[in-house]
Design a protein around this ligand. Sequence first.
Ligand code: LMR
Length: 336
Amino acid sequence: MILLTSLKSQTKLAAWRVVVRTLKVAVVGAGGGIGQPLSLLLRRCPGIDELALHDIADMKGIAADLSHVSQTGKVVGFTGEPELEPAVSGADVVVVAAGMPRLPGMQRDHLMAANGNVAVKVATAVSNASPRALLAFITNPVNMIVPTAAEALKAHGTFDPRRLFGITTLDVVRSKKFIGDSMNISPDEVKIPVIGGHAGITILPLISQCQPRYRCDPQEIHKLTHRIQEAGTEVVNAKAGKGSATLSMAFAGATFVNSLLRAIGGQEGLVECAFVASELTDAPFFASPLELGKDGIKGYVPLPQLSDYEKEALEKLLPILRQNADEGVSFARTFL
Ligand code: LMR
């Protein structure tokens, strides 16, 4: 794998070429609060020949509904555990939104008992039916789910670190929105890497690297960082027992999958942040900007020079990520 030389490549998007290959995308958990809007947004992605929608509940209705959207490609529904393998069979990308959401007072880690088996089951199905798929998890706790899935893939002899992702795009989406609003510019104009993980203080927006430059005092940086880190909890509390972010998560998930599809289709210079197996730090899984290619991760963007505040925050989050990874691996081993 190539270690990229400059974070500048984050902005260097080559011209988008027409996707010549047709692609299959499978959404696991497609009937849920994230899965439905995510599947709808994916209908707008170019090049998808088959959108396979899987959930435990009957998917016939949702598949019929989405199949009427005037876009090319077919939509097929798959229901229940026996249909998980057929759903992901031959998929180029499998995106997983299945699992329970947080309730007020819960941390994401508390979801491991309910959602950990999703990682094992999907990794097993992908190993059996589409071992070359790019596999991307939205399911929380992402910091543990991805190590769990990696361990399950290893047990099946199909682990390829380039092909497994935890989707952290919502942290970038939120950073762009909050900073864009604060600078009175469009969020689309804001470029900011978010590193670490996807829970509390493991989410580290690198405000020092923001483009255009975000000028503010240290207190404001601390406040903004905290708001980004706790944005998921802000939604959980606002939903007051009715779950966590679904629509903004679907937007983020579709943004990430769209980039994966474009990379598979041959577009170059695409950079997205995601939580992946990594050697950039001493945490075995770490979110950072990645260059995407036909086979998933093409290169890891090296970490830039961090501010003192960011250095300190990174030191604090790494032990948490190491512990999360250990817990994820142990969880997988109880199943395998
Ligand atoms: C989010 O960031 O909104 C999601 O990870 C859901 C959650 O539990 O906060």
